[in-house]
Design a protein around this ligand. Sequence first.
Ligand SMILES: [Zn+2]
Length: 82
Amino acid sequence: MASSKCPSCSNQSFELVELIPSGSSYKMNSIQCSHCGAVAGIVDYTNTEYLINKQSKEINEIHSSLDIINRNLRSIIGLLKK
Ligand SMILES: [Zn+2]
């Protein structure tokens, strides 16, 4: 497999650097050459997979809470019908 190299200086070491581009209100990360700073790519500041998994867990917790509320309401309705 070929190794990535900087298009400017051919260095093969890169680093992740936080940045807020002018005109943007969002942080981003640049992947840049650790020697000369040439930008090789831009990635989101936050990890999308992490956020999706976190939201999925929160949705499942809400669903479980709604199931409990639904069961309790059915019990209350059952008691009121007696
Ligand atoms: Zn470089």
